[in-house]
Design a protein around this ligand. Structure first.
Ligand code: NAP
Length: 251
């Protein structure tokens, strides 16, 4: 059996309708996993790609900013027949404004969706995995701003730096319980999240100039790291924040 084979495992992926979440869901399915897509928008295209790969797809409709929603998401996934094997906390938003003008609403919206929701999904998922006595893998989607400050995105930087911290904390608590908790830190990826940056010619050129690989990432560039962190290949990897950034952090 391949170290990277995910046959017989279920992966719960938040924000699976588009961008990085969609690419990771499809990549995990191509490696053999069945998929639970969690999101607030229709996921028909992801479902089509997952079923084309010969895997099952279950959709769970949820707005992750809703307080207290995490246990019901995991319960719905399990009720649909999924086992608690792999969780990918991918859903996220960004709000851009100068810190002098930044609003409390933009602070709370980003922290609630990108950090609080991810932590409580980890908790509900880990409780289910431990109750089922199954080894499990959690992959959080961090950012370059888990390492760097960024510009005009204070709540996003706080959330992604916090997510890296929580990833390490949960790895410390749960490694001995059979749960690997790690993160992928994508570089600059062509998705809705970065459309404003790519539309700004000056920022776009500045960013591109610093990427050793010489191009923005495509969402599919994140799939291999996700398969690695979801599979037996990473069984002794705990608390890592894995950059997939075309070399950005090496500069
Ligand atoms: P995206 O295309 O904007 O996707 C974001 C996903 O999160 C969408 O599926 C979105 O659903 C979902 N989402 C947001 N708020 C939600 C909520 N309240 N409830 C349920 N789902 C919600 O951007 P992306 O770049 O693929 O982002 C995916 C992750 O990668 C995010 O955590 C982001 O911070 C991270 N990331 C992105 C980059 C990059 O360069 N693009 C770099 C580093 C990290 P809707 O479509 O319904 O809004």
């Amino acid at each position: 059996m391949s170290l990277f084979d995910l046959s017989g495992r279920w992966a719960i992926v938040t924000g699976a309708n588009t961008g990085i979440g969609r690419a990771i869901a499809v990549g995990l399915a191509q490696a053999g996993a069945d998929i639970v897509g969690v999101g607030r928008s229709g996921m028909a295209e992801t479902e089509a790609d997952v079923t084309a790969a010969g895997r099952r797809f279950v959709g769970v409709a949820a707005d992750l900013a809703t307080p207290g929603i995490a246990p019901s998401i995991i319960a719905e996934a399990l009720a649909a027949g999924a086992t608690p094997d792999i969780l990918v906390n991918n859903a996220g938003i960004i709000r851009r404004a100068d810190s002098l003008d930044f609003t409390e609403e933009d602070w709370d919206a980003v922290l609630d969706t990108n950090l609080k929701s991810a932590f409580f999904l980890c908790q509900a998922f880990a409780r289910a995995a431990i109750a089922a006595e199954r080894p499990a893998k959690i992959i959080n989607i961090a950012s370059m701003l888990s390492f760097q400050g960024g510009i005009r995105v204070p709540s996003y930087t706080a959330a992604k730096s916090g997510l890296a911290g929580i990833t390490k904390l949960l790895a410390n608590e749960w490694a001995a319980r059979g749960i690997n908790v790690n993160a992928i830190a994508p570089g600059y990826v062509e998705t809705n999240n970065t459309s404003a940056l790519r539309a700004d010619a000056e920022r776009n050129a500045d960013i591109l100039k610093r990427i050793p690989a010489g191009r923005w990432a495509r969402p599919e560039d994140m799939a291999g790291a996700a398969v690695f962190l979801a599979s037996a290949a990473s069984d002794y990897v705990h608390g890592a924040i894995l950059p997939v950034d075309g070399g950005w952090l090496a500069r």
